[in-house]
Design a binder for this molecule. Structure first.
Ligand code: COI
Length: 356
């Protein structure tokens, strides 16, 4: 494992592309910042990471990631507050989750030191790319993929670790309409659902495309065995306010242990709401719509932050959620999370990793 003995080596861009960015129309993932981190794994260890200009890479078409799918990623965010301080939200927790994904996919772990040092250096170097408009941030995308050039079905002996960053606006620009999926499956228990591996996302495209053709934005995945219980929504975990309590599916191997999910749950006490992490059945959601006890539904995730769900289709019937109001739990939770990140309220949990 690379032990970082010196500051990370940096090769700067000759000419920044920052002036080409339309900060009033960022979208999500449209612009990639000037630099990237690259580190290779060979001969059984990670080599020293380097920061180089973002650009194309020479790769073998026989590299194993393309054929057998050893490819995982993370997503986190950096913020600049009004005092010019830069922080990354919960990088240690993202690092732990990345190593769980790596383990599940038989890929070598990355040390916390290599992870935090390289991403902090990258964010500091591309600081001018951090947007400051409300709701925007610098999205950080670390990923690892198998690079050994060989077609035999095997665990790769070589890997590449890369970190890209991009200035982003909110992922969803309006409340989303979701369809409870009862035919296709994202992940089964014992599968790779809890790992952030590329295949989980590729496999979700087709059912999501079908749902979009029916007028929905996202799919609400259900358990693979019975299609009775909610798992997550692919790009985000989901939460409900049911009978005045915050209810969210408990962690299983079929769903992602979201960092935003974990953060919102940790804030429930100070927000004055009881929480329940447990199986959430489609039947109780339908019942909650009918008797008025289901008052909120929303997605939570690094990209999504806290995104209202406007409607849920269950067994083909579309149920509308009440409009979000300033007293809605989701708005209060979103504000509190934002206030902690931007330094408007004390970071009692120690979630902000300040790099400047
Ligand atoms: C994230 O929230 O970081 C995600 O991974 C969701 C999506 C952008 C893939």
């Amino acid at each position: 494992m690379a032990v970082m003995t010196a500051p990370i080596q940096i090769e700067r861009v000759k000419k920044s592309r920052l002036s080409t960015v339309d900060f009033s129309n960022l979208g999500f993932g449209t612009y990639i910042s000037d630099h990237m981190v690259v580190a290779d794994y060979k001969n059984g260890e990670w080599q020293e990471p380097k920061i180089v200009p973002f650009g194309e890479m020479l790769m073998s078409p026989a590299m194993l990631a393309l054929h057998y799918g050893q490819s995982i990623f993370e997503g986190m965010k950096a913020f600049k507050n009004k005092n010019g301080q830069i922080s990354i939200f919960r990088p240690q927790r993202h690092h732990q989750r990345m190593n769980k994904s790596l383990e599940r996919m038989c890929m070598p772990s990355v040390s916390e030191e290599m992870f935090i040092t390289s991403l902090s250096s990258l964010v500091e170097l591309d600081e001018p790319w951090i947007p400051t408009a409300e709701g925007s941030s610098l999205y950080i995308r670390p990923f690892v993929f198998a690079t050994e050039s060989r077609l035999g079905v095997k665990i790769s002996d070589e890997y590449r670790f890369v970190i890209l960053t991009c200035p982003v606006a909110p992922y969803f620009t309006k409340p989303v309409r979701v369809k409870v999926e009862e035919e296709y499956v994202r992940a089964a228990e014992g599968g790779t659902g809890y790992a952030k591996c590329a295949g989980n996302y590729g496999g979700a495209f087709y059912p999501t495309m079908l749902a979009q053709k029916q007028g929905f934005d996202q799919v609400l995945w259900t358990d693979a065995k019975e299609h009775k219980y909610i798992d997550e929504s692919g790009a985000m975990n989901v939460m409900f306010v049911l009978n005045g309590k915050l209810v969210t599916p408990g962690l299983l191997t079929s769903l992602l242990d979201g960092v935003t999910r974990n953060s919102i749950l940790a804030l429930t006490q100070s927000l004055g709401i009881e929480k329940e992490e447990r199986k959430v059945s489609i039947a109780e959601l339908e019942e909650g719509f009918k008797n008025g006890t289901l008052t909120e539904a929303f997605g939570v995730g690094t990209a999504a932050v806290v995104s209202p769900i406007a409607a849920i289709s269950i067994h083909g019937r579309v149920y509308e959620l009440p409009a979000v109001t300033p007293t809605s739990f989701q708005l209060r939770a979103k504000k509190k999370l934002n206030d902690i990140r931007m330094g408007h309220e004390p970071d009692v949990h120690g979630w902000n990793h300040y790099i400047k």
